[in-house]
Design a protein around this ligand. Sequence first.
Ligand code: ADP
Ligand code: MG
Length: 569
Amino acid sequence: MAKHQFQTEVGQLLHLMTHSLYSNKEIFIRELVSNASDAIDKLNYLKLTDDNMKSKLPENWKGEINIAFDEEDKSITIVDNGIGMNDEDLIASIGTIAKSGTKSFVEALTGDAKKDSNLIGQFGVGFYSVFMVASNVDVISKKAGEDQAYKWSSTGTGEFEIIPVTKESNGTVIYIKLKDEEASEFASKFRIQNIIEKYSNHIAYPIFLNYQEEVEEELSEEDKKAGKEAKKTKEKRHEQINAATALWTQPKAKLKQEDYNEFYKSISHDSQDPMATIHTRAEGVNEYTTLFYIPKTAPMDMYRADYQPGVKLYVKRVFITDDEKELLPTYLRFVRGIIDSEDLPLNVSREILQENRILANIKQGSVKKILSEIKKLAKDEEKYKEFIAQYNRPLKEGAYQDFTNKETILDLIRYKSTKTKDGEMTSLAAYKDAADSEQKAIYYIVGENEKVLRNSPLLESYKKNDIEVLILDDKEIDEIITPTLGAYKEWEFKDITSVEPPKVEQSEEEKKEVEEKFQDITKKIKDILGESVKEVKVTNRLSDSPSCVVKDAGDAQMAQMMQMMRAMG
Ligand code: ADP
Ligand code: MG
């Protein structure tokens, strides 16, 4: 039947998969198994919420994944009994319509094959990784609750084909014909077991490996003496190769960091170990378990409005959703992990989640827990540097968004200042400690370029008076957020471009005198500059430079505000 063209971006992607992303081929198994697990999750959820679907499934239906390989045929088959796809789904999901992630993925590629292959799962283009190893792929699928099954086939070049076929049960079979020389190694028991253990051990459903093994007939002593030859036969094997436990339900004492890391990799598509792991069981008003991770490197889509939330919601071990941005506040969107509630109803609809009180409680508790873990990280200065390098900016968003936790978050942010050396940063607590207790203000200057800021003539009088000034060079966010912060432990944030400098050692009379003396000259300058300045004044804020430009306190920067709001999603 119908031949279809891949959409341009998908075509580009496939070309990359086959020609440049080959350093970490094995992840295709991780990606296909993760899709199989997602498909079972989806059907599990429907079974719970949709009576019609429930009646169509066999009573004892249980999700499972089967992997088969054939050394002679050089092929691998991955089978799930999940939700399945009909012809439209096949076209939409793995064909003509590139998801938003596809284009961003192509754009984000660095040319470093190893790094790039890490991006595959993060951008939701995992399926296509199969073409790193396949010369041909058939996807045979039947959507749960429907009658007609379809087969999608492609060699990963310009086009794919979909034809109707027969298939007994719902779910998907992915038949992968491996590339002869480069990829036949994957049709091996050892290899597949190894990859599953590495990436998919804690997938919640059992994964079975199916293969044939040659066995030799056991001969009796007599037969041996008689010189009889042992017959060789092939026996079918069917072995579970993953732990298939919901890792987070196990007691902390039983789990090693290695187990946590492995699970992290299976849910995050990251190949690095996480920076921090936070496993908590809450009892009391609400009963729930959370397992959160902070990635070593910030997720690629952290600054995209259409970022993929990193936390999955479960109710009593049953997957509910991984597409709910409200599970954590947006500023913690880099956190990965799961929330498993004992109290939410199993048939909770995704729509009502947002207004749910139980979930609001869980969210609050989770934020407290994550922030306190970050606080722990901060005790190790060297380690904390790595954290700050990735996440200082989302913390700044948090100080602005999360009123309840503002003080805690302000304590976690780090700043450059006139007193920090290259690569060093300070905290507000340290700033306050080091300052004269009479200062009662936190001075800062904002701009784009650290060097320019450090050379600003406005800093002169502060330096003379030995007053530290924070150098905020993440202008896009600092300029909007800092003026809204109000105070840190009663010390108000003050932008030095719009406040009078401290420790004015001139009396009002002296000031007047000077102003009068310079009246003519300031008037002349104002006449020359005209409309481009508001006012020209005599100042004592400078000691070495003759003049500087300052701005009015409260000049709203609407355009930048809008831009930043967009960046924060
Ligand atoms: P992602 O899993 O991030 O969405 P993929 O490229 O891995 O991206 O998969 C694309 C889509 O194809 C999935 O979102 C899903 O809709 C569909 N899909 C892939 N594999 C299966 C499967 N085994 N069963 C059902 N749907 C699948
Ligand atoms: Mg996937």
